[in-house]
Design a protein around this ligand. Structure first.
Ligand code: NAI
Length: 352
C-alpha cells in the first residue's frame, strides 16, 4: 500500500520502520495535514495522521478527490477527524484503540505528584542552591478521594495506581465497567462535591465539551486538584483560570490544552505573540502544563506503530480493522459483526 504519514517526529521513525518491515511504501513527512499539504497524498492509497492534523471536511474533500481510501490515526482519540465527511467519500478510518494505557495513567499521576509535592519549584530552587523547605508543603494522597470521569482503558489504569496509594476511588462513566476494580460508581454531582483530586479520561464529544466549566467547578471542593490528560476542550480554560484566581482550584495539571492545535508538538518560544490564555495559565505556580506527552513512552510508541501497520495490513487484504474501525458507518457494521461473533462464536464475512 502506498502511504503518506503526516506530522512525523524524528523519534517516531524507528518504531514505524520496525513495525512496517518494508511491507508498505510509506513516505514520512514532518508537515501536519492541512488543506495545503493534502496534495502530498497524491498517488497514495492511505494517509496516516496524528491528533494535531487537520482532518476536517474540507481536507477530507481534497483527500477524497485525490483518491485516498483510508485514514489511519496514530491515536486513540478521533475527535480531530470528521468521520461523517469521510463516510461521504467512502474513506475508511482506523485508530489505535488500545495502546499502553499505563503510559497515559502514569503521566496523569506524575502530574498529580509534581503538583502536590511542588517538585518543579523545589528542583528550580535546588538548582540555585536554595535548599529551604519554605513553600513546599504537600499532602498525603493516602486516604484522599480521587474522582475519575471516564473509566475506559486509561481511567482504569489511573484507578489502579491511586488504589495502590491508599486512595478512595470514585468514578463516573456513561457505561460503568462491569469489573469496577473497587471503584465506587457515583453521579457527577457527587463526584464534584467529594473528590479531592479529579482526573479526566473521557473522550472529547459534544457531551463532554466544557464538562468542566464555572458551574461544575463551583460544585467542587475548595482547593481541588484537577488533572486533564484527555482532550483540552473537556475543560473551559477561561473558567479554569477564574477558578484558579478565586482559589477554588488548588492545583491544575494539563497535558492537553483547549487551543493546542498548531501550538503543541512544536517549539514556539520565539513567537512574538503568544497564546493569551496559556500565558495567563503560566502565571500560576500551582499550574503544570506538559505538551501532550502522556502517550510518549517507548512501549506506547511501539504499540501505536504496530497497530497502525496492522490497520494498513488489514485494509490491504480488504479486511475490516476490527476494534480499530472508527468509520461513521462501518463502525456500526463492525459492532454488528462483533455481536454475531459473541452470539454464534463465529466470525461473519470480514470485509465491510
Ligand atoms: P476509552 O475509549 O478506553 O475510554 C473512554 C471512556 O470514556 C469509556 O469508558 C466511555 O464510556 C467513557 N465516556 C464516553 N463519554 C463519556 C461521558 N460523556 N461521560 C463519562 N464517560 C464517558 O479511551 P482511553 O484510552 O481511556 O482514552 C481516553 C481519552 O484520553 C481519549 O479519548 C483521548 O482523547 C485521550 N488520550 C490522551 C492521550 C495523551 O497523550 N494525552 C493519549 C491517549 C488518549
Amino acid at each position: 500500500m502506498k502511504v503518506v504519514a503526516y506530522s512525523i517526529k524524528p523519534f517516531e521513525k524507528e518504531f514505524l520502520s520496525k513495525a512496517n518491515q518494508k511491507k508498505h511504501d510509506i513516505t514520512l513527512i514532518s508537515n501536519p495535514l492541512s488543506v495545503e499539504t493534502a496534495v502530498f497524498a497524491e498517488g497514495k492509497d492511505a494517509v496516516v495522521v496524528f491528533t494535531n492534523d487537520d482532518v476536517s471536511a474540507p481536507v477530507i474533500a481534497r483527500l477524497g478527490a485525490l483518491g485516498i481510501k483510508y485514514i489511519a490515526t496514530r491515536s486513540a482519540g478521533t475527535d480531530h477527524i470528521d468521520r461523517d465527511a469521510a463516510a461521504i467519500y467512502g474513506i475508511k478510518i482506523a485508530n489505535v484503540p488500545h495502546y499502553s494505557p499505563e503510559a497515559i495513567a502514569e503521566h496523569a499521576v506524575a502530574m498529580a505528584f509534581a503538583l502536590n509535592r511542588k517538585l518543579i519549584k523545589a528542583d528550580g530552587h535546588s538548582h540555585h542552591f536554595n535548599f529551604s523547605n519554605d513553600g513546599l508543603m504537600g499532602f498525603n494522597f493516602n486516604g484522599k478521594t480521587v474522582g475519575l470521569i471516564g473509566l475506559g482503558n486509561t481511567g482504569l489504569a489511573v484507578a489502579a495506581i491511586f488504589k495502590g496509594l491508599g486512595c478512595r476511588v470514585i468514578g463516573y462513566d456513561l457505561k460503568f465497567p462491569e469489573d469496577s476494580m473497587g471503584i465506587e460508581q457515583v453521579t457527577l454531582p457527587y463526584l464534584y462535591a467529594n473528590a479531592d483530586i479529579i482526573s479526566l479520561h473521557a473522550p472529547l464529544t459534544p457531551a463532554t465539551k466544557h464538562l468542566i466549566n464555572s458551574n461544575t467547578i463551583q460544585q467542587m471542593k475548595d482547593g481541588v486538584m484537577l488533572i486533564n490528560t484527555s482532550r483540552g476542550a473537556l475543560l473551559n480554560t477561561a473558567d479554569a483560570i477564574q477558578g484558579l484566581r478565586n482559589g477554588k482550584i488548588g492545583y491544575l495539571g494539563l497535558d492537553v490544552y483547549e487551543f493546542e492545535k498548531g501550538l503543541f508538538f512544536e517549539d514556539h518560544h520565539g513567537d512574538a505573540v503568544k497564546d493569551n490564555l496559556l500565558e495567563q495559565l503560566m502565571q500560576f505556580d500551582n499550574v503544570l502544563v506538559t505538551p501532550h506527552q502522556a502517550y510518549l513512552t517507548r512501549e506506547a510508541m511501539q504499540g501505536i506503530a504496530t497497530q497502525t501497520i496492522k490497520n494498513l495490513d488489514q485494509w490491504q487484504e480488504n479486511k475490516c480493522v476490527g476494534n480499530a474501525c472508527v468509520c461513521a458507518k462501518a463502525c456500526r457494521a463492525t459492532q454488528t459483526a462483533n455481536l454475531i461473533i459473541q452470539q454464534n462464536g463465529q466470525a461473519p464475512h470480514s470485509q465491510i
